[in-house]
Design a protein around this ligand. Sequence first.
Ligand code: IPE
Ligand code: IPE
Ligand code: MG
Length: 231
Amino acid sequence: MEDIIKIPQHVSIIMDGNGRWAQSRGLERLEGHKEGVESVRAALEFAVEMKIKYLSLFAFSTENWGRPTSEVQGLWTLMFKAIEREAKYLIKNRVRVLMLGNLQQIPEDLRMAIQGLMDATADCGGTTLIVMLNYSGKWDLIQAANRFAGENPGKEMTPEDMDRYLVTAGVPDPDLLIRTSGEERISNYMLWQTAYTEFYFTDTLWPDFRKKEFRLALEAYARRDRRYGKV
Ligand code: IPE
Ligand code: IPE
Ligand code: MG
């Protein structure tokens, strides 16, 4: 196995393909989401192992509300159960959890469980796991601009101001963005924060994306030459 010499500080993943994974097996879409939770655990374990400082996961987009209510409800239930089940593992492994997005619209019981998990892991100094929930890049930019304008009347916004008002404030921009399932688009994810991110696309569906695939993505990243517009 190739030694990965350049470990990204922040890896972000658009976890896609749960529905197709299930459908190809004649199962309900929700079964794909269930199996996808196992991939989340695997990705987190690998990130901890590799000492990746930030792992962010796109879990629910503001557009995903357009799915059948049963699927949306099913996703909330899955997340609620995952929080209950994983809290111990997270604290033991010093994982700090952040959930970022428009959390006001999340069902109350889940929102409280999320807050509890964020509080319980606030002092953990290992990997930070960021779950992007009810998030979209356009929503983030707009809420940042509006909040900035409200708090700084008459002042012109700078790029540094934008960094400080986005929900990802304090988190370094992703170095590597992985999208599974063969789709090659950003789907309204972190639009500002990915300005110089390296993209990695794989046909592997999210429920099949485990440590071996994650390692391949890191190896590909290590071979990239990031120029930032310079020579
Ligand atoms: C990604 O899998 C998970 C979420 C968006 C919540 P999908 O549910 O989008 O799976 P496909 O793309 O329909 O296969
Ligand atoms: C993006 O996947 C959102 C998440 C992974 C949470 P989608 O499946 O919703 O995106 P599109 O519809 O293929 O662009
Ligand atoms: Mg999808």
